[in-house]
Write a protein that binds this ligand. Structure first.
Ligand code: ADP
Ligand code: ZN
Length: 374
């Protein structure tokens, strides 16, 4: 078992990683079940239809052995659940259950369930506790840790939300056994990200062991998850609310990736992790074009991504957009300063830095080259 502390001023919490933890859910979650034992109230769980179907029995079996019962709020799978109407239903449900500020609500699912539940808990009674039980690789290595919660609105994704840290994060890597391979690969893109942005040794380890991670080989998988979370915990502890620029490191590949997601309408055509994968290749190659990174290191990054079955060449994405059109998607970025946008680039594999002199016209020219390449 690995326990990784996320050290925040006054509100530290642990991320526990243990294969099979769900079977003994009540044992692992004991500290967050207080209040439900004496009152006889049901323990509130949020899941989507898939995670409910797959894992609610396991959780309930463990809870009932310990004398608890669960009540479920089940949403449809997909981004549409991160919406005002679903948020309203969820908060009404929590209030009907009589949730108090010292209670904990349990989020069993991927990033969608975690973001929605976290935000509902940030605003219910001005903030009640919640526990993340992430069931996708993406949520396990990224979104469940760090306290960003949000819903989507007409104006865009994640524009309404709050920083609200979970009370605990419980990760059972075994649940990834049922995750579709495509979702697994998409989450793996964020794992590669931690290597590229700050840990050359981990990147090298992934080059050698990535296939085992994707095949859910238990030891390799747990190592990849733990190393990713340690990196994220360190960055979040340094810059909880994204004010010093340190947390921006986590955006490696995301500015390019966001443009690709916007161009494909945030649809299943390109999952977030796939867009980030292609975006990291672009960040690496753009870094090489500026002579910040060697060309061979940029291609090393591209190979690791392609080897994982992730998109590394935007020329193969059938985008039907020009470099200029892709760059235009970045213009709405809230970080824009005049014609320049702060960009996460690479000096080395394992060393990312924030460049403040990147001109969007140059990005557009670079993207045109990439759209035609290969
Ligand atoms: P993300 O964590 O990437 O934001 P979502 O929350 O949108 O992802 O989940 C992606 C899809 O994977 C959804 O259809 C969800 O129901 C499904 N899912 C989540 N966890 C599992 C799992 N452990 N096994 C099978 N499917 C899962
Ligand atoms: Zn991401």
């Amino acid at each position: 078992m690995a326990v990784i502390p996320v050290a925040l001023a006054g509100r530290s919490y642990d991320v526990t990683i243990e294969s099979g933890a769900l079977e003994d859910f009540a044992g692992y979650a004991r500290a967050c079940l207080g209040g439900f034992d004496k009152s006889g109230r049901a323990v509130p769980f949020v899941a989507d239809r898939n995670t409910h179907r797959l894992y609610s029995d396991t959780v309930e079996r463990s809870l009932s052995k310990a004398g608890f019962r669960a009540d479920w709020f089940v949403v449809e799978p997909g981004e549409a659940a991160k919406s005002w109407p679903v948020l309203e239903k969820l908060t009404d449900w929590l209030l009907d259950l009589g949730v108090t500020r010292s209670d904990h609500v349990f989020a069993l699912g991927g990033g969608v369930v975690g973001d929605l539940t976290g935000f509902a808990c940030a605003i219910t009674k001005r903030g009640c506790g919640f526990v993340q039980i992430p069931t996708t690789l993406l949520a396990q290595v990224d979104s469940s840790v760090g306290g960003k919660t949000a819903i989507n609105t007409r104006a865009g994704k994640n524009l309404i939300g709050a920083f609200h840290q979970p009370s605990a994060v419980l990760i059972d890597p075994l649940v990834l056994g049922t995750l579709p391979d495509r979702e697994m690969r998409a989450g793996y893109a964020e794992v590669i990200k931690y290597g590229l942005l700050g840990d050359a040794e981990f990147f090298g380890w992934l080059e050698a062991n990535g296939t085992d991670v994707l095949a859910r080989e238990p030891e390799a998988l747990s190592h990849a998850i733990a190393t990713s979370i340690k990196a994220k915990a360190r960055i979040v502890a340094e810059d909880e609310r994204e004010t010093t620029g340190v947390r921006a490191l986590l955006n490696l590949g995301h500015t390019f990736g966001h443009a690709l997601e916007a161009e494909t309408g945030f649809s299943d055509r390109l999952l977030h992790g796939e867009a980030v994968a292609a975006g990291m290749v672009l960040a690496a190659r753009y870094s090489a074009r500026r002579d910040d990174l060697s060309l061979s290191d940029a291609e090393r990054a591209a190979r690791a991504i392609a080897h994982a079955g992730l998109p590394s060449e935007i020329s193969t994405l059938a985008l039907n957009a020009s470099g200029r059109e892709l760059a235009d998607h970045m213009r709405h970025d809230k970080k824009m300063e005049g014609d320049t946008l702060p960009f996460l680039l690479l000096k080395n594999i394992g060393e990312a830095y924030l460049a403040r002199d990147v001109d969007l016209a140059d990005i557009a020219a670079f993207l045109d080259e990439q759209l035609q390449a290969h």
